[in-house]
Structures are given as C-alpha cells and as structure tokens.
Design a protein around this ligand. Sequence first.
Ligand SMILES: Cc1cc2nc3c(=O)[nH]c(=O)nc-3n(C[C@H](O)[C@H](O)[C@H](O)COP(=O)(O)OP(=O)(O)OC[C@H]3O[C@@H](n4cnc5c(N)ncnc54)[C@H](O)[C@@H]3O)c2cc1C
Length: 332
Amino acid sequence: MQTDIQLPAGMTIPDLYSGISAAGTHPLRGELRQHEPMQRHVSWRAGGSVDYFYQPADLEDLAIFLRSWPEDKPVAMIGLGSNLLVRDGGLPGVIICLHAKLNDLVLVEQDEQGGLVYAGAGIPCAKLARFAASHHLAGAEFLAGIPGTVGGALAMNAGCYGSDTWSLVERVTTIDRRGMVCERQPEDYRIGYRHVALHETVVSGTPDIWFTGGWFRLLPGKAEASRQAVKALLTARIKTQPLGHPSAGSVFRNPPGDHAARLIEQCSLKGFRIGDAMVSTLHANFIINCGHATAAEIEAVIDTVRDTVHRKTGISLIPEVRIIGQRKGSAQ
Ligand SMILES: Cc1cc2nc3c(=O)[nH]c(=O)nc-3n(C[C@H](O)[C@H](O)[C@H](O)COP(=O)(O)OP(=O)(O)OC[C@H]3O[C@@H](n4cnc5c(N)ncnc54)[C@H](O)[C@@H]3O)c2cc1C
C-alpha cells in the first residue's frame, strides 16, 4: 500500500483502509496507487494515467472498496488491458484491475455429459483453456489465443475461429457500484458479436455492474486432442498476427459477411503510419505500436482507417477496442 496519496476531498487513507464500509470493521487489503501510468496495464503500452488504481485482494475486499469509494467518483474495471486504450490526458476516478486477483478456478462437476468449470474474472483466458483441457473437457480451446482475462472475455464476448465466450456460459456472478454480489443468467443479457449488455442497464443507463466470475459448461473431450487444437490455433496466430509488437488485437469488428482486414487492405492502408502507430503489414486490422506511440497517434490511425474505408467502400467500420479518458490538454 502507498501512503503518500491525495484522496478525493473529504476522504483519508485511514477512512478508506479502515473502511467507511458498513460496519467499519473490514480494513481494505488490496493495493491502491495514485497517478498510475496505464501504459503499464494495457497491451498497446501507450496512453495516460489514472488518478487511482486499485488491485483488490479478493472479492470481499473488492466489495468493501466499492462501498467505500465516493459515489461521485468514476469507477472502471479492467482485466489485462488487451482491448483498451486510455487517452493521453488520462482519466479521473479509479481503475480497478482484477487480473490475477479474483482467481478461483474450480471443476464444479464432471460426468459423461461433460463438466462445469467456475473461473474468477481475473483468471487469464489461456489458463482456463489449459485447465479445461487437462480435465478432458472440450470447447474452451479457442480461449487459449485470447490474451485477456475471463472478466474481459465476458464483457467483450471474446471469440475466434467460430467460437465465442457466451456460448459456453451457464451463469455469471457480478458486483455493482455498492459492492452487491449477484448471480445472473445469460437471459439477463443482450449478447451479440463482441457485444454484451445487461437488459436492465440498457433501460436504466447505468453500466456500473461488473463480472466477478462465470460458470462454463464444457463437453467431454480428450486432453491430448485439446492440447493439439490449442497448439494448431497458436501456430496459426503466430503466422498471421504481428505478435512481436504491442497491439490490442483486431481494432474493428468484422462487418456482416465481410472482414475488416480485407477492407482495410483493399484501401491500401497496410503500413499507414502516424508517429509510432502503424497499420500492421501482416494483419491489416491490427494497429501496432512501433516504439513510443501515444494514444493520440493510435486514435488518429483508427480514425483515418475508419474514414478512408467509409469514403472508398461506403462501409462504416465499428471499433471493437474500448477507448476511455481525456485527450491531452482537454479540460478536466
Ligand atoms: C494479440 C491480441 C490478439 C487478440 N485476439 C482476440 C481474438 O481472437 N478474439 C477476441 O475476441 N479478442 C481478441 N483480442 C482482444 C482482447 O484480448 C479481448 O477483447 C479480451 O477479451 C479482453 O480482455 P481483457 O481482460 O484484456 O479486458 P480489458 O482490455 O482489460 O477490458 C476490455 C473491456 O472489458 C471491460 N471489462 C474488463 N473486465 C471486466 C469485468 N470484470 N467486468 C466488466 N467489464 C470488464 C473493460 O472495462 C473494457 O471495457 C486480442 C488482443 C490482442 C492484444
């Protein structure tokens, strides 16, 4: 824990750490940092700082933190930051990072029909894929290629090679802004291609409900067959994706019946560069950081690609990556 930090007005470290929580008897056990550079926590290795950065010790600690955090200060939740860009001007409030924190991984049941695995939101997707394979369960192999957490995969409905996260989900646990933990069913969500939203937040407009874990229903399989499938998938990725450079994977969703990468390549944008941000020459839907790209450079490449593709083909590409925070120099 760092102690030389300025908390929001009216709040002190002892307040936060001894919990202005309900009973005042549960001190916080996680790590709180101030002015944390988010380039340390996003796969693009670029962008600004967040006022506060919190890594909870566990679910109870997360609940206490959320209850204790001032209501008017924004909260965002992240996993491995592999689909995220924080603008250079940073953002106010707190980013809570669950990676490696909510990390239960349990085989709940298994029979000849398959099995049910519970994974906490902080578990890396690849770890869930390996865990399932080692228990002779099939269906989670595709997750091995997604460099994010279970929480991020649930939020994005991450997927590849014809599979996606929510096709495996039996139910999830969530936590809200008041630290209330709740179990929810897939029917509670509107689920689409790289899109997930709670029906109730679509109506109320409040998105401050986050995933803390999920139960994944898997089919019976063979450990060796799953390992081979993972190996083939990773080999294909190494050949087709610029994994040697920081990126956030595919920047745009594929439009119906087409591929964003094909359209970007057709518009001769491979290699298009602003500063150190460049459209990959290997995979046109990846924008790579060639060295010291700023978030502004990355966003300018995203905007140029979207505008050019629209002008030349009439198709509007929709970004898959999430962009948060303020531009440098913009008013707070
Ligand atoms: C090289 C590379 C390859 C990739 N390949 C693929 C691919 O094949 N398929 C694919 O779908 N994606 C791919 N991605 C993108 C990315 O890995 C996925 O979107 C992943 O699911 C993001 O997980 P994360 O934990 O990193 O989420 P983050 O980037 O940390 O967050 C992404 C979004 O999810 C939200 N979020 C994170 N955790 C939670 C939570 N617990 N509760 C609620 N909201 C939360 C964040 O607020 C943010 O809006 C790739 C990325 C890279 C860098």
